[in-house]
Design a protein around this ligand. Structure first.
Ligand code: ADP
Ligand code: MG
Ligand code: MG
Length: 211
């Protein structure tokens, strides 16, 4: 399809939420080794407030993204709550303006706005061992796919590959920003949990666009 409508967005975000909830112990462990150990708890605190059946089959795409944004902004502690909240807010804004579904240009615009907003708020650059290390390469991949005229399935597959590589590469960096910076060298070899979650966001998008 040229655009992701209600069913595809429901499958995408429903699968994303279920994945994050299922991986809570692993996310907690990564943040324990590279930060202060509350990342998994912060994710669950937010996502316990979303209605997965309605996300999967009921809400409009705009409401799906709004419910995630509200949950993160309203119920998660930590840096990640605010940053995930504004990320999903940008997808809500774009979806509210796209009654016929999200094409690759719309998804690219949302991801670019999300990246810019997270960088304005958090001040991280690529290489700082944060979620930016997954998002920035994914946005670059989306932008080149969109200008090459690719559809959502191909463009999101490119973005998912780029995000996964970016997240994996965070294991090789010592953090300069965020809680992980207090730990320094000890965090070497540990994947950044925020980057990992963003890589799942793009992986589930690619999966839903392929279906
Ligand atoms: P806290 O660091 O306040 O305990 P969390 O544990 O909930 O917050 O979130 C940590 C995640 O947030 C990290 O894995 C990283 O991806 C992301 N993060 C931390 N600081 C920043 C920042 N300045 N910019 C972007 N992402 C950040
Ligand atoms: Mg933490
Ligand atoms: Mg904390």
């Amino acid at each position: 399809a040229d655009a992701l409508g209600r069913v595809a967005v429901g499958a995408w975000i429903g699968a994303f939420v279920e994945k994050v909830l299922a991986e809570e112990p692993n996310l907690t462990d990564l943040d324990r080794r590279s930060g202060d150990g509350d990342f998994g708890t912060n994710m669950v605190a937010a996502l316990d407030h979303v209605d997965v059946p309605r996300i999967r089959d009921g809400y409009s795409p705009a409401t799906v993204f709004e419910s995630l944004s509200d949950a993160y902004l309203g119920h998660a502690g930590g840096t990640s709550g605010a940053l995930f909240g504004v990320w999903f807010r940008q997808f809500y804004r774009v979806a509210a303006d796209a009654p016929h579904g999200l094409d690759l240009k719309a998804i690219t615009a949302a991801a670019r706005a999300g990246l810019d907003t997270i960088q304005e708020l958090g001040g991280a650059q690529p290489g700082d061992k944060t979620m930016i290390d997954a998002i920035a390469p994914a946005v670059a991949a989306l932008e080149s796919a969109a200008s090459a005229g690719k559809g959502p399935a191909d463009g999101l597959a490119d973005a998912a590959d780029a995000a996964a590589r970016g997240a994996e590469a965070t294991a090789d960096i010592t953090a300069r920003l965020g809680r992980a910076s207090y730990i320094g060298e000890a965090a070497r070899g540990v994947v950044d949990p925020g980057a990992l979650v963003l890589s799942w966001f793009f992986a589930e998008a690619a999966e839903a666009a392929r279906a």
